[in-house]
Design a binder for this molecule. Structure first.
Ligand SMILES: Cc1cc2nc3c(=O)[nH]c(=O)nc-3n(C[C@H](O)[C@H](O)[C@H](O)COP(=O)(O)OP(=O)(O)OC[C@H]3O[C@@H](n4cnc5c(N)ncnc54)[C@H](O)[C@@H]3O)c2cc1C
Length: 380
């Protein structure tokens, strides 16, 4: 599994608070998310937990009904499994697309929802869900962001992707004090001494990206050969040859040292023995495994790790909470993107009625309404 670094990236100070706004530019689109050092409160119409393809498409269907959405994802980029597991694989069973690369499908979805201006709370895990006195739901993330809305869509796919941690005895002592398993905010590495460990695409991609950000960057891999894409391996080797980074192969980080924060990593080399490297950050990128995580504790009916839903509208046993995409289960369930799109569409209809009791829902084709911000195809 891999985490793709952004193609381009800049940080600008946000005028209203003590946080920076990150702009990630993908071909043809721009979107942003914020990393806050203060607790943030966000009010919206639908909180969507999971920014995989199904969560993204739900924004579109909700937008047609004039409902605003805030997407929360523990990963630093949208796309779920498509971005994490198989960005370069072609998908052939999306209706109307004879073949589309997973990463391109994510970009198309982002482009499609742009007119509805969804909010993104990325790099944050939704940890608790509680009903408020006014009947709305409150979701709190592991970074203290508080989201409030009448409706929650759980589009959590296989669950939270959890990092595979290296077997270093005191690693937990340095978590958030120099050890990070995800690159959530690349700017924290600016002018820092960074050690990345791993031999797959994530380790290579972030090495390439952070080579221009960090003061010193060392990539450590326990084998000689890297598993990642050939062009990434060549780029990393070129960076090493031109002195921008150091590569240490046949070695592993076996210890971490520091007082209040990380100061050194201890490296065990297969032939040269043990040595220490000065480091402000250690980023082990050994892949991710999905776990249902906190969702399992929200009082929802769960069967074999998936949330049971009513196929009428993909509502759960808790009014106001819907579950769509790979995270749900019902007789005949197929874990396919197009099935998730259908589920999102029906869930939005019920979400509208739930959030606006007594208000009439009128069904209209997009060919009739059009969508400001999306291209109109010329009619002969
Ligand atoms: C190798 C491979 C090939 C595939 N090929 C196809 C194919 O050809 N056609 C097809 O239709 N399907 C295919 N699939 C299946 C498809 O990828 C899934 O059906 C699809 O990704 C489900 O989308 P989703 O949005 O429901 O969930 P996901 O894509 O899993 O996204 C869920 C998101 O929720 C986030 N999340 C979970 N819990 C939390 C939390 N508590 N807080 C914050 N964030 C959270 C996760 O980080 C993740 O980003 C394939 C899958 C794999 C692995």
């Amino acid at each position: 599994m891999r985490i793709l670094p952004p193609l381009t990236h800049k940080i600008e100070p946000h005028s209203a608070g003590n946080y920076s706004r990150l702009f990630f530019v993908y071909p043809g689109m721009l979107y942003s998310f914020e990393h806050s050092s203060e607790q943030k409160s966000i009010e919206t119409d639908i909180i969507i937990i999971g920014a995989g393809p199904v969560g993204l498409f739900a924004v579109f269907e909700a937008g047609l009904l004039k409902m605003r959405c805030q997407l929360v994802d523990v990963l630093s980029q949208p796309g779920g499994q498509l971005t994490e597991i198989y960005p370069k694989k072609p998908i052939y069973d999306i209706p109307g697309c004879p073949g589309v690369l997973a990463a391109d499908l994510v970009q198309n979805l982002l482009r499609q929802i742009e007119p509805f201006h969804p909010g993104f709370t990325l790099g944050e895990r939704a940890t608790t869900v509680e009903k408020q006195a006014d009947g709305r739901w409150q979701v709190v993330t592991d970074r203290g962001t508080v989201l409030t809305a009448p409706v929650i869509f759980i589009a959590g796919g296989l669950g939270c992707f959890e990092p595979r941690k290296p077997p270093i005895d005191n690693i937990e002592q340095f978590e958030e004090k120099g050890v990070e398993y995800f690159v959530r905010n690349p700017d924290i590495y600016r002018n820092q001494r960074v050690v990345i460990a791993g031999g797959g695409d994530s380790a290579l991609d972030w090495t390439i990206y952070l080579a221009n950000v960090a003061r010193e960057l060392t990539l450590i891999h326990r084998r000689t050969e890297f598993r990642g894409a050939l062009d990434s391996v060549e780029k990393v080797q070129h960076l090493a040859q031109t002195g921008k980074i150091k590569i240490v192969t046949n070695a592993q980080v076996t210890g971490l040292q520091g007082n209040s924060k990380l100061e050194h990593v201890v490296v065990q080399h297969d032939t040269e023995g043990e040595f220490k490297l000065e480091a402000d950050h250690f980023v082990p990128l050994f892949g991710l495994t999905p776990k249902l995580g906190p969702i399992a504790e929200w009082g929802l009916a769960v069967d074999k790790g998936a949330i049971e839903v009513n196929t009428l509208d993909y509502s759960t046993n808790v009014p106001g909470i819907f579950a769509i995409g790979d995270i749900n289960t019902y007789p005949g369930k197929l874990k396919l993107i197009l099935c998730g799109f259908h589920e999102a569409t029906l869930a939005c209809q019920s979400a509208f009625t739930f959030a606006n009791p007594g208000k009439k829902l009128s069904f209209k084709y997009t060919t009739v309404t059009g969508i400001d911000g999306l291209p109109a195809t010329a009619v002969l």
